[in-house]
Design a protein around this ligand. Structure first.
Ligand code: ADP
Length: 174
C-alpha cells in the first residue's frame, strides 16, 4: 500500500473515498466539513440526517453525491483537551475505523484531511505521527485499499506529514 501527501482541497480529489473530519451530529459544520457538504450538494446532508450521528473515533459512510469521490467517510475526531483525555487513542481510532470502512466497501484509493488539527486544536506534530503510524499499521492488513492520500490544506501541515513519513519510528525523528 502506498501513502502519499498532497497540498490541496480534498473536495477536488478524485478517488474512491474521501474522509470528512465531521462532528458527532454529522449534520455539517465549518472547515473541511462545510467544504465537503457545499461541494457534495444537499443529498449528502439528507443522507447524513438518517445516520443518527456518530461517536468520536467511530466512522460512518455515505455516497459522494456531486463530489468526484464515490464515497464520503465521516469521522468525528477528538477535541483536544490537553492530551490526558484519550485524545491520541481516539484520533488513531478515527483513522483506523475510516480505513476499515473503506476496505469493507472495496475502496482502492482513500484521501484523508488532517483530522482534528483545525478547530479541534489537536497538535499538528503529534497528529501527523498518529496519522502515518495508524495508516502504516493498517497497511499490513489492507487488501482492497492500495493508496492513501494525506491531503494538507496548508504547507505547514504537509511539512509535518512528509516528516512523519520519512521516519520509521516517528518520535525519534522529531
Ligand atoms: P477539525 O474540527 O477536525 O479540527 P477542521 O475542518 O477545522 O476539522 O480542520 C481539519 C483540517 O482540515 C485543517 O488542517 C484544515 O486546514 C483542513 N481543511 C479545511 N478545509 C479543507 C479542504 N477543503 N480540503 C482539505 N483540508 C481542509
Amino acid at each position: 500500500m502506498k501513502i502519499r501527501t498532497m497540498l490541496g482541497d480534498i473536495t477536488k480529489v478524485s478517488c474512491d473515498a474521501i474522509v470528512n473530519a465531521a462532528n458527532t451530529s454529522l449534520l455539517g459544520g465549518g472547515g473541511v466539513d462545510g467544504a465537503i457538504h457545499r461541494a457534495a450538494g444537499p443529498g449528502l446532508l439528507e443522507e447524513c440526517r438518517g445516520l443518527d450521528g456518530c461517536r468520536t473515533g467511530q466512522a460512518k459512510i455515505t455516497q459522494g453525491y456531486d463530489l468526484p469521490a464515490r464515497y464520503v467517510i465521516h469521522t468525528p475526531g477528538p477535541i483536544w483537551r490537553g492530551g490526558d483525555d484519550g485524545e491520541a487513542g481516539l484520533l488513531a481510532d478515527s483513522y483506523r475505523n475510516c480505513l476499515e470502512l473503506a476496505e469493507s466497501h472495496g475502496c482502492r484509493a482513500v484521501a484523508f484531511p488532517s483530522i482534528s488539527t483545525g478547530v479541534y486544536h489537536f497538535p499538528l506534530e503529534e497528529a501527523s505521527r498518529i496519522a502515518v503510524g495508524t495508516i502504516r499499521d493498517f497497511a499490513g492488513r489492507a487488501v482492497s485499499v492500495q493508496e492513501v492520500i494525506l491531503v494538507a490544506f496548508d504547507a505547514r501541515t504537509k511539512g509535518y506529514y512528509d516528516r512523519a513519513l520519512e521516519c520509521d519510528q516517528g518520535p525519534v525523528c522529531f
